[in-house]
Design a protein around this ligand. Structure first.
Ligand code: PMP
Length: 375
């Protein structure tokens, strides 16, 4: 059997990794400014993370959600403390898309309504429910069985007010910073307006922090720059540093009911052990501060070039937009300079480095980037 051929692959086969470094099967070393798409938060194969997973596997790897799992309770307490959301509740699942589906479902249960407001250029995942909330013609399927979705322009508070006044909206969903749609940043004022309007009209505000979460922007959550408290916060990607794990943080006004949400794998022992180790490392190594400091440094030191149209983003979630396709630049960075970067659309280089990126590593990228720009 062959693989279903849906991914465009680079001709690189990583076999080993440590911190922000990856080695391929020929022993070539690469600097990782992509983090496997914002998933590697505390660095590859961190010794504490590796140890925590091995130790957990030695005890018990999996049972089911029909028995008490103290690791889930510990994780809820730890995320609550780290994020400043002690009064919220945690539901654990397996991915970002699943988290957004659970959030939308919960909002519908809570409000009895089925319409969702989402934003142009949003990305919330690829399952049929999450893809329905996503504004990307390349991946949206015609199948939308779950909610009626209205897409509005990001940062247009008046348009949101106009829709919410109709009082048929269960939720507004917005990314902390739009990732796959091209690092578009909601203004603090816009997020505050969303928060106020949702409260006024009884809609749930869902903050998708799947990509912008857990320290990447220099605060624990990107929305915390705006000082708001959303009703539901969705998690995925970096929370377990590559062990599949997602979850939602749920405000106290939502009443849990037995059977309301559920999953086979969500919150299993290994995922919890991985997620707890990630929090240990984030705290121990001050990685939220590091993401802010090294991210600001990286942004401030990017070379001036007439080819660069705009640089957007915060912390270690940065997009460098060009008027041209960035495919040749990205290839030169990978094959000549041995640096992994990401993209958004065709004209943006997207940097999603592990949160432990050092200034020296940032400098290495800056030098290489100047050189490929000059070519
Ligand atoms: N939300 C956002 C903001 C994302 O960037 C992504 C993944 N790129 C998702 C949701 C979906 O996450 P997953 O692929 O784990 O389902």
């Amino acid at each position: 059997m062959e693989l279903f051929d849906v991914y465009s692959l680079f001709d690189v086969t990583p076999v080993r990794a440590k911190g922000c470094t990856v080695w391929d099967d020929k022993g070539q070393e690469y600097l990782d400014l992509y983090g496997g798409h914002a998933v590697i938060s505390v660095g590859h194969s961190h010794p504490h993370y590796v140890e925590a997973l091995k130790a957990q596997l030695d005890k018990i790897g999996f049972y089911s959600n029909s028995v008490r799992n103290p690791l889930q309770e510990e994780l809820a307490r730890r995320i609550g403390e780290a994020a400043g959301y002690e009064d919220y509740a945690l539901f654990l699942d397996n991915s970002g898309a699943e988290s957004n589906e659970n959030a939308a479902k919960l909002a519908s249960f809570h409000t009895g309504k089925d319409r969702i407001i989402a934003f142009r250029r949003s990305f919330h995942g690829r399952t049929s429910g999450a893809v329905a909330l996503t504004d990307n013609p390349a991946i949206v399927s015609p199948f939308n069985a779950h909610h009626r979705v209205t897409f509005l322009d990001l940062n247009d508070g008046d348009a949101v007010a106009e829709e919410l006044m109709k009082r048929d909206v269960a939720a507004v969903i917005v990314e902390g910073i739009q990732g796959c749609g091209g690092i578009h940043v909601p203004t603090q004022g816009f997020l505050q307006t969303l928060s106020r309007l949702c409260r006024q009209y009884g809609a749930a505000l869902i903050l998708d922090e799947v990509q912008s979460g857990y320290g990447r922007t220099g605060k624990f959550f990107a929305h915390q720059w705006a000082g708001i408290r959303p009703d539901i916060i969705t998690l995925g990607k970096g929370i377990a540093n590559g062990f599949p794990c997602g979850g939602i943080l749920i405000a106290p006004q939502f009443q849990a009911r037995k059977g309301m949400l559920g999953t086979t794998f969500g919150g299993n022992y290994l995922a919890c052990a991985a997620a707890l180790a990630v929090l240990d490392i984030i705290e121990e190594e001050h990685l939220v501060d590091n993401a802010r400091e090294v991210g600001e440094y990286l942004k401030s030191q990017l070379p001036e070039s007439p080819r660069i149209k705009e640089v957007r983003g915060k912390g270690l979630m940065l997009g460098i937009e060009f008027d041209e396709s960035v495919a040749p630049l990205r290839k030169a960075l990978l094959y000549d300079k041995h640096i992994f970067t990401g993209v958004a659309g065709s004209n943006m280089i997207r940097l999603l480095a592990p949160l432990c990126l050092t200034r020296d590593e940032a400098d290495r990228f800056l030098t290489a980037f100047s050189e490929v720009l000059a070519q």
